[in-house]
Every structure is written in structure tokens, then in C-alpha cells.
Design a protein around this ligand. Structure first.
Ligand SMILES: [Zn+2]
Length: 264
């Protein structure tokens, strides 16, 4: 309890500290959504970034020399998920490992029935509930920030998984304020997940990346990418899904979307 109060106080102090000028320049240059946010949201985001960077541990891997610029670009995207909400800043995450680029992982894949194939698969990032860590490929984090309307964003994807873990499960349902919201989320997600799976099986093109058909946790992560990057298309094609995401994230990305500016 006391620890909680001290933590709150420390975070409040971090949020109100002057934001380093060179960090701000990096954000304005490399994270284009920032300039489209309202003035209040910009201030709130910068505050979250200060807390985030003071609490999260980063490690450069695969020969990568980590710079403040890299940490700031990753933080700015991750903290977009925190705007307007009561947050404990990704409490299940202990370390963010940053690789220069796509990295290879040894894995075993089921090809058919009992046939398994061993090999290496390139990956951009991953995080796990038990792991306490997250792996991010720096080039993908940077290009994800540069193009904020292609529907893909590695950092939003991986940090959405962390939100999912806040209530100790990796089930595609983060923690909700009310039971009513939890029920309505569950219902909408089940239906949307099933229809993505069906479309994937038949091979119909979908707005949502079919990687989301893997399981409900990936569905939430992929939907989060679409919500922030293709909000107009998502609202038009999946209005119920959009509404649930909007209720959870307490924001409407259409208001600051590059997608809207393209179509108008
Ligand atoms: Zn994922």
C-alpha cells in the first residue's frame, strides 16, 4: 500500500519533469502520429514516456548498441496504448531485448499429423506471459513508427500482448473496468475471431492480418494494430470490434489517423 503510494508519487513526479529536447526532436521526426495528436494527448504521451523509460529495462542484443533514440521511438509507440486509461505501465514486463533486425529462432513446426519440421524461422519480435521479457527487432520498430497507416506495427502488437497479461492470462481479454464490458468484449471477440479463422481457411482477403487467426491472444494483438493504424477501414468493416477496442483503449484513432487524411 505504502509502496503503491510511493510509486504513484514517483510516477507523478516523472510525468511532470521537463521532457528532454533531443528526445522530443526524435519523436517529432520519427514518430509521425505524435504531431497529429491533440495538444493534451501529446502532453499525456510525453509524461507516460518519461515514466516508461525510467522503469523499463532495455538491452541491446546481437551486437546492437542501444541509443536513447531507439528507446524513445519504442517508448512513444508503446505508450500510445496507455493514453486516457488508468495504467500500471506494463507491470509484467521486466526487460526489452532489442535486436538490430529480424532474428532467427530454432523451432519445431507441425507440418502434418505427426510430421514435425525442425528449422529456423525469422522473427520480428515476441513476448510471452511467463517470460517477463520482450524481443523487438529495431528495424521493424523504426519502420513501424515511420508508416502509421499500413496496418502493421510491431511495437503496438507486442505491447498489446503485455496488456493482455495484466490480468495474468494470455487469452486475448485484458483487464476491464466492468463485468458488462468483459462480457460484451468476449462475445464480440469470439464472433470476430471465428470469422477471421473461416476467412483464413477459405483464403478470402481480410483487413485483419490472418496471423490473428492463430489464437485469441494473437487476435487481440492484430486487432490492436488495425485499430490504431487502419481505424477508418476497421470501423467500416468491423464496427462491433471497433467499438469494443474504442471502449477499452478510451480513444478514437480516427481523430488523428493518417489513413483519414489520405482518403479525404
Ligand atoms: Zn503476437
Amino acid at each position: 500500500m505504502i509502496f503503491g503510494l510511493l510509486k504513484q508519487r514517483r510516477r507523478r513526479r516523472m510525468r511532470t519533469q521537463p521532457f528532454p529536447k533531443d528526445w522530443l526532436r526524435t519523436i517529432e521526426r520519427d514518430v509521425p502520429f505524435f504531431l497529429r495528436l491533440s495538444a493534451e494527448d501529446q502532453v499525456e504521451l510525453l509524461g507516460h514516456i518519461q515514466v516508461f523509460l525510467s522503469e523499463e529495462r532495455f538491452e541491446g542484443c546481437g551486437g546492437l548498441e542501444l541509443t536513447d533514440e531507439m528507446r524513445v521511438i519504442i517508448a512513444a509507440q508503446a505508450c500510445l496504448l496507455l493514453l486516457h486509461r488508468k495504467t500500471d505501465y506494463f507491470p509484467r514486463l521486466l526487460t526489452i531485448l532489442v535486436y538490430p533486425s529480424t532474428y532467427l529462432v530454432e523451432d519445431k513446426r507441425q507440418v502434418e499429423g505427426l510430421v514435425w519440421k525442425e528449422g529456423t524461422t525469422p522473427r520480428l519480435g515476441e513476448t510471452g506471459r511467463q517470460l517477463g521479457s520482450m524481443v523487438i527487432a529495431w528495424d521493424a520498430a523504426k519502420s513501424g513508427a515511420a508508416d502509421s497507416s499500413d496496418g502493421k506495427n510491431l511495437v503496438l502488437h507486442e505491447f498489446a500482448h503485455q496488456l493482455d497479461y495484466e490480468n495474468y492470462a494470455a487469452d486475448g481479454a485484458p483487464a476491464f473496468e466492468t463485468r458488462e464490458q468483459q462480457l460484451s468484449w468476449g462475445e464480440v471477440m469470439r464472433t470476430e475471431f471465428a470469422s477471421l479463422r473461416a476467412a483464413d481457411e477459405i483464403g478470402i482477403p481480410t483487413l485483419l492480418d490472418t496471423y490473428g487467426a492463430t489464437n485469441p491472444a494473437e487476435f487481440f494483438a492484430v486487432s490492436t494494430e488495425a485499430f490504431f493504424e487502419r481505424p477508418c477501414a476497421l470501423r467500416a468493416q468491423h464496427p462491433k470490434l471497433y467499438r469494443e477496442l474504442q471502449r477499452y483503449f478510451l480513444q478514437d484513432p480516427i481523430e488523428y489517423s493518417a489513413e483519414r487524411m489520405k482518403t479525404n
